[in-house]
Ligand binder design. Structure first.
Ligand code: NAP
Length: 280
């Protein structure tokens, strides 16, 4: 599994990790087995949130990482409605309880709403000082939001920005990715397979299939390899079936050539910069 340096602390983190949104909808045994298989295969970056299944996803993660906490780069998120200074601390403490751990590797503001950013950041810094989180980041932040967060927090504090990123939605490449790369902020792409993964009868799907056939890989593995092609980029596909986890993990060892990048780039044009950052 390829690792990339994560944020200003540059911790080595699996480029392809594991998402957990709706994981609680699968039979618990299967979901836990899928996450544990992912850990075996080096997908040690696990992303969850207090929102997912109203805490049930975190409980599922707790079961999967039991006895293996030190292997995991564990990320959770505070809902914007809880993101006052005190609310952020309380929400994190509840996540820690559900996750049956004493610390998170990274804690994110899930998206921005009405809570003043300075309040949320003060709560995140309180948590960092208390050793309850090792780093903090944001999610669904456009370049202007990142600029504002940087002005409040100062340099070297924002570890990551988690945003929607897949082959049919490349909006972040206009301003967010360059900003993150310039400031040493990890860019974690969510929903890497998009709303509907491009099938073999579509022009883009055909390109993925051709490259895959030549490289002994599946179209989804080719797509994931493209999405983590730069050191700042990470992807967190969610899988509640072991077979899916195994397929996704193999993407973490596939390095595409410049020519293959160019072909994928041409098949899935990034399009014009939208007025606001798309969210999943
Ligand atoms: P996704 O990972 O792109 O897609 C998940 C779907 O793909 C599931 O139905 C899964 O099926 C299926 N799948 C996974 N691997 C597969 C494979 N190899 N072959 C065929 N199907 C496969 O979408 P997502 O869950 O929206 O995004 C990933 C993670 O990002 C989330 O789980 C969450 O942790 C995070 N996220 C964050 C935000 C945010 O606002 N920060 C928003 C959305 C998502 P099975 O489950 O049946 O295996």
């Amino acid at each position: 599994m390829q690792t990339h340096p994560f944020g200003p602390a540059r911790r080595d983190v699996a480029a392809v990790g594991q998402g957990t949104w709706n994981l609680e909808r699968a039979p618990r045994k299967e979901a836990v087995a899928a996450l544990r298989r992912g850990l075996d295969l080096g997908m040690t970056h696990i992303d969850t949130a207090e929102m997912y299944g109203a805490g049930e996803s975190e409980e599922c993660v707790a079961e999967a990482i039991a006895g293996r906490r030190d292997e995991v780069f564990l990320v959770s998120k505070v809902l914007p409605g809880n993101a006052t200074r005190k609310g952020t601390v309380k929400a994190c403490e509840q996540s820690l309880k559900r996750l049956a751990t004493d610390r998170l590797d990274c804690y994110l503001l899930h998206w921005r709403e009405s809570a003043p950013l300075a309040e949320t950041i003060a709560g995140l810094e309180d948590l960092a000082r208390a050793g309850k989180i090792r780093a903090w980041g944001v999610s669904n932040f456009d370049a202007a939001d990142l600029e504002e967060a940087l002005a409040i927090a100062g340099p070297g504090r924002i570890a990551c920005n988690q945003v929607l990123y897949h082959l049919q939605q490349r909006a972040i490449e206009h301003a967010v990715l360059p900003w993150c790369e310039a400031h040493g902020v990890a860019l974690v792409g969510y929903t890497p397979f998009g709303d509907r993964f491009p099938g073999p009868s579509t022009p883009g799907g055909r390109v993925l299939a051709e490259i895959g056939t030549a490289r002994g890989a599946t179209p989804r593995q080719v797509a994931l390899a493209f999405l983590v092609r730069r050191p700042a980029l990470f992807a967190i596909p969610k899988a509640s079936r072991v077979a899916h986890t195994e397929e996704n993990a193999r993407a973490g060892t596939l390095v595409l050539s410049e020519d293959e990048f160019r072909r994928i780039d041409a098949a899935f044009p990034r399009g014009a910069r939208p007025r606001s950052l798309p969210m999943g």
